[in-house]
Ligand binder design. Structure first.
Ligand SMILES: NC(=O)c1ccc[n+]([C@@H]2O[C@H](COP(=O)([O-])OP(=O)(O)OC[C@H]3O[C@@H](n4cnc5c(N)ncnc54)[C@H](OP(=O)(O)O)[C@@H]3O)[C@@H](O)[C@H]2O)c1
Length: 338
């Protein structure tokens, strides 16, 4: 691996310029089992050396713990990093399977102050609404988010898992720099409506879980057998039992294409997501998550891979064959409301 820096891209017409691949930091404190924190810190530093500048967190990741963990890194490199965090979601401590969603203005104001405190910075570069509370008009929530921009607490706005209509309504209130939604070889529902809307509006797409939460790399095959008891992926229907074995078989073409490129299956999965920028005609900045510096290098190197039309055609049928939904309750994400 050379130290060549990855290319850059702009999030939205007026948004920040970032490395064309970001780093998902959620797993460093939440959802994916135990973390070696020294390795995680080394992963953050290595990413920055390679030109990865967009760092993704949320107040919900470990009930603030992820933001606190990232704070020293952000403070040490404040002018080089683009800090993205999110509000709206909380997980009741007595029931980790539940999710509470709030988008009302007083909640947003409390949430931003708490995130700023934990992060130890005076401004958040990209502030996302993590999930949509359908009981609050989106214009009202985005109106408050826009006030935060005017007040200098936040620089740019983003939305996660919104429908195309929600995105249009929000963008009419204040420019939205990025939509963050799940997008990978296994999860392509946003291509029907959200992606065309983002392209029309000049909004960037920030695909989360571009490695299918690790499944596309082959790093686990069955969440119940291979992952720790508290791992979130055990709650996702596609990663357990008969679904998991059927889905593992779908990875064969990914492996074959990887071999032809002298690459790993994960790199092919990432190259596919990056190539959506050319296929769909919009800016795409995926945020693969890893806690290991070697994997940061591997993932960054995928930005230099180009798949042929024939390879893209071989990968095309995979998503439609995936057994099991991406969340147990699809009302939680945009596809459940489109
Ligand atoms: N907006 C939302 O609702 C939402 C939802 C989920 C995630 N996110 C964000 O998106 C980010 C990325 O998504 P994600 O972490 O869920 O899924 P992902 O990026 O698809 O996959 C992460 C998993 O893959 C493993 N991995 C990463 N690189 C690898 C490599 N080169 N070889 C083998 N395994 C590798 C990681 O393990 P190690 O860490 O052990 O390397 C981790 O278990 C998150 O960190 C979070 O910031 C947002």
């Amino acid at each position: 691996m050379t130290d060549a820096r990855i290319a850059t891209a702009r999030l939205g017409e007026q948004g920040p310029e970032v490395g064309v691949q970001g780093l998902g930091c959620m797993g460093m404190s939440f959802a994916y089992g135990p973390t070696d924190t020294d390795q995680a810190r080394a992963a953050l530093e290595r990413a920055l050396e390679l030109g990865v500048t967009l760092y993704d967190t949320a107040d919900a990741y470990g009930a603030g713990e992820n933001e606190r963990f990232l704070s020293p890194f952000f403070k040490a490199h404040r002018d080089e990093v683009v800090i993205a965090t999110k509000f709206a979601l909380s997980i009741p401590p007595d029931d980790p399977t539940k999710r509470v969603i709030r988008n009302d203005p007083p909640y947003i104001r409390e949430a931003v102050e708490a995130s700023l405190r934990r992060l130890g910075v005076d401004v958040i570069d990209l502030y996302y609404m993590h999930r949509r509370d359908v009981h609050v008009p989106i214009e009202e929530s985005v109106g408050t988010m826009a006030d935060l921009v005017r007040e200098g607490k936040v620089r740019h706005l983003g939305l996660s898992e919104v429908t195309a209509d929600e995105l249009r309504a929000a963008h009419a209130v204040h420019p939205i720099a990025a939509v963050q939604s799940e997008w990978s070889l296994f999860s392509r529902d946003i291509e029907a409506r959200v992606v065309p809307a983002a392209r029309d509006l000049g909004v960037a797409l920030v695909p989360y879980s571009p490695l299918g939460r690790g499944f596309l790399t082959g790093s686990f095959a069955d969440a119940e057998k291979d992952l720790t008891a508290d791992d979130f992926r055990r709650m996702q229907p596609r990663f357990t039992g008969a679904n998991a074995s059927a889905n593992a078989a779908l990875l064969e073409p990914v492996r074959a294409i990887a071999e032809a490129h002298g690459a790993t299956p994960g790199q092919i999965a990432l190259a596919w997501v990056h190539q959506r920028a050319a296929v769909d005609g919009l800016t795409v900045v995926p945020i693969p998550g890893t806690r290991k510096p070697g994997r940061v290098e591997e993932n960054a190197a995928a930005t230099a891979l180009t798949l042929t039309d024939g390879e893209l055609a071989r990968l095309e049928p995979i998503a439609a064959k995936v057994a099991g939904s991406r969340y147990a309750d699809m009302a939680f994400v945009s596809a459940g409301r489109e």
